[in-house]
Ligand binder design. Sequence first.
Ligand code: ADP
Ligand code: MG
Ligand code: MG
Length: 249
Amino acid sequence: MLEIKGLTATVDGKEILKGIDLVVPQGEVHAIMGPNGSGKSTLSYVLSGREGYEVTGGSATYDGQDLLALAPEERAAAGLFLAFQYPVELPGVGNANFMRTALNAVRRARGEPELDAVQFLKRARAELRRLSMADDMLKRNVNVGFSGGEKKRNEVLQMAILRPKLAILDETDSGLDIDALKIVAEGVNALRGPDFTAVVITHYQRLLDHIVPDRVHVLADGRIIRSGGPELAHALEAGGYASMIAEAA
Ligand code: ADP
Ligand code: MG
Ligand code: MG
């Protein structure tokens, strides 16, 4: 499970995370919702070990391992996957090679044999079929010229191939259309099971119509101010963040 205790972090000397407490038991999918600027993306960056995000207190462990002490690539090897709001484009880098390199880095770190191109393609095609995606996704350069929906599909494919134990998806205010939301939701739902834990970060309730979370947490001004079941997302949709923040204060 993922266990975050009293996590504080600064960006450019400004405190953004002001004491996050969160437990996500193994096999569960939790949603984090919150208004713009509440620190949702900062939390995902801190968990991924991105440069410029300084942890000033607290802890984050996964399966008892201190996540914050690991280098970003070690976090991936430990089974952590992070999907960001703005996927990078890599001209000249083939998608299949890119994903095989990522997968083999994780396999090496785990002491598992690497996959050659043929073995990888077999596995990748199986995932493509499972997700009802076209094969040509693998032949293109990473995200180059991809539509928003294709980038989302690619991210979901990458996640399906890597089979993370813990996925953190930051789907905040990226203006995803309903089709893209469904792609993300189907990708997460296809992986749901006892060995897959996920934190889905979203500004809007509508993603949670498709991914029904086990728990919903509301983040405001760097702290989790409320936690509840899926109904909490509906309450937010009806009442908005402002009244919940006022109530918590
Ligand atoms: P959310 O994802 O919930 O919209 P963010 O984590 O992106 O919120 O941002 C939280 C707060 O941190 C905002 O007030 C934002 O202005 C600030 N912030 C984020 N990144 C930086 C940065 N690189 N430098 C200074 N302030 C930042
Ligand atoms: Mg934002
Ligand atoms: Mg954000």
